[in-house]
Design a protein. Structure first.
Length: 114
């Protein structure tokens, strides 16, 4: 069991990239099922998993960290990393509730809209 005690800022810095990799692994199958057809422009291109507005990777991590605070005033959390990985995966399901599957161009356009 690996545990970490750190600030939420450091947690994002060090664990955020791991969460990005987890998200890529859980969305890979869905991209194949969509046969690389962008959900916006309908073109056949390599797809990216775009988090829906208000459901970003950082938003999900922040929500999950709420129960891990040991000193909220100073932003300190204590997290069992293996358990947190499971929570992150679970928090991204069902995929359709959290992602759109878009080509790179449509992903950039989607993220730029308010």
């Amino acid at each position: 069991m690996a545990e970490i005690i750190c600030t939420t800022k450091d947690f994002h810095k060090y664990f955020g990239p791991r969460v990005r990799n987890l998200v890529q692994s859980i969305t890979k199958k869905r991209k194949k099922e969509l046969k690389n057809i962008c959900q916006d422009c309908k073109q056949n291109k390599e797809l990216e998993a775009a988090h829906l507005k208000g459901k970003s990777r950082k938003d999900i991590i922040e929500e999950l960290l709420e129960k891990h605070f040991i000193d909220k005033k100073n932003g300190l959390v204590k997290v069992d990393l293996d358990q947190f990985e499971k929570e992150v995966i679970s928090a991204h399901k069902p995929l359709e509730k959290y992602f759109k599957f878009l080509c790179s161009k449509c992903h950039v356009e989607y993220d730029s809209k308010k």
